[in-house]
Design a protein around this ligand. Structure first.
Ligand SMILES: [Zn+2]
Length: 413
């Protein structure tokens, strides 16, 4: 039996242990202060203990000061195996925090008590991001138990605060410990993917959320000439903004959809009664912009469109940025991390992986902004943040084998 086959056989036998680890992690509620919790401490302590069993060469807890959290900090755990400082490290970065369960009546059981139904593990956090923690954990365990040595160093980073902005998690690590991750490292973020595990996310669009306030003059609906209808103005503005789609029509097949999107979404309530012409309307637009466009240019176009319409209708229109995240440079589709993942996916699943872009907002953006090529990948049913969140044991096992293949890959340049 080859070395790899020996390791894979061990992984196949971990089913009960996988359920056990998922059960333990799910019971340790890791909610950040922004989500009404005290932090990730219990889960972090437990994981530190479990990682110690795998005899890492280096294990450190990095505490990001957060006075709202228990003990005044948020825990981040770093563990590495193998110490060759010359070769690149393969990193897996996962987050320990979860989102609240939401409406409990939508859950078929206690969100923090794992249920197992056939191949399904159900509970808050089992997919997001415990699948991402459990798979590489058992990959490392199997390699250790098989007595195989690492040819290149492997690192596991378990961070806090991914769900509420990463200020006390990855952003803190990149700022305060900027030697931890290096430009030639392979960085995998197992926090997003598709059903069959063939999607490797390498790029994202810029995100721009705008608040548009249209102000006219309120009056009685029977005498419209005495006022100036802001709802009519808002409707015209929504239609006028369609122009953006023509102006910024470039396509990039890395993304699905391949174009930039400009969608009106939320509208605030205006007048409470039907016989009043509203004098103020507020609505929001969610823009996802291909990285090849500058967000600044889009803002200029929107202001021009709003300005022209305000003049035509004699209204005032205010355009405000509600949220903005400029897209970082994409990870090249030929980056070593993408190639290593693709090789492993081909070997384990017999499928061709595809580098892709998404609409924005993953933690990998922090890496890319720091010039570190990160790839987001996992096999996921995409039930994150939903009631009755679940993951499949077979996906955890298969993904663990893919991690083994990447960790021990000898063709990494
Ligand atoms: Zn997540």
């Amino acid at each position: 039996m080859s070395e790899l086959e020996k390791i894979f056989k061990k992984i196949d036998a971990y089913r009960d242990e996988i359920i056990g680890l998922q059960r333990a992690l799910t019971s340790m509620v890791a909610l950040g202060p922004d989500n009404g919790g005290t932090g990730e401490h219990e889960k972090a302590d437990y994981l530190k203990k479990r990682l110690k069993e795998l005899e890492p060469d280096y294990l450190e807890e990095i505490k990001a000061p957060d006075e709202r959290a228990k003990h005044g900090y948020r825990p981040n755990i770093i563990a590495t195996w193998g110490q060759d400082i010359l070769s690149s490290t393969t990193w897996v970065l996962c987050h320990m925090d979860i989102v609240p369960p939401g409406d409990l009546s939508l859950w078929e059981g206690d969100p923090y008590t794992v249920r197992v139904e056939g191949d399904r593990i159900i509970g808050r956090g089992v997919e997001d991001n415990q699948h991402g923690i459990v798979s590489p954990y058992f990959a490392l365990k199997a390699i250790k138990e098989a007595g195989v040595t690492f040819k290149r160093p492997v690192g596991l980073a378990l961070v806090a605060d991914e769900e509420t902005g990463s200020r006390y998690g990855l952003e803190y690590l990149l700022k305060e410990h900027n030697k931890l991750f290096r430009h030639n490292d392979l960085i995998i973020v197992p926090d997003g993917g598709n059903d069959d595990g063939t999607m490797i996310e390498v790029a994202e669009k810029s995100m721009l959320w705008l608040k548009l306030t249209v102000t006219g003059r309120q009056c009685h609906a029977s005498t419209p000439d005495k006022g100036n209808n802001s709802l009519y103005g808002a409707a015209r503005l929504i239609v006028a903004l369609e122009k953006l789609k023509k102006e910024y029509h470039m396509e990039d097949d890395l993304f699905s959809p391949p174009v930039s999107t400009f969608e009106p979404t939320k509208i605030e309530a205006n007048v409470p009664n039907i016989n009043t012409i509203p004098g103020k309307d507020v609505f929001y637009v969610d823009c996802r912009i291909l990285p090849s466009y500058k967000v600044e240019d889009i803002l200029t176009s929107i202001n021009d469109i709003a300005g022209a319409l305000a003049k035509e209708l004699d209204l005032s229109i205010k355009v405000e940025q509600y949220y903005r995240q400029n897209a970082a440079n994409p990870t090249p589709a030929q980056a070593p991390v993408v190639k290593a993942l693709s090789r492993a996916i081909r070997r384990i699943k017999g499928l061709e992986a595809k580098p892709m872009g998404i609409g924005g907002g993953t933690v990998a953006a922090f890496f890319r902004q720091a010039g570190l090529p990160a790839a987001v990948w996992i096999t996921a049913k995409d039930t994150a943040h939903q009631p009755n969140e679940y993951c499949l044991i077979k996906d955890i096992i298969e993904d663990a084998k893919i991690f083994v293949s990447v960790f021990l890959d000898e063709s990494v340049e």
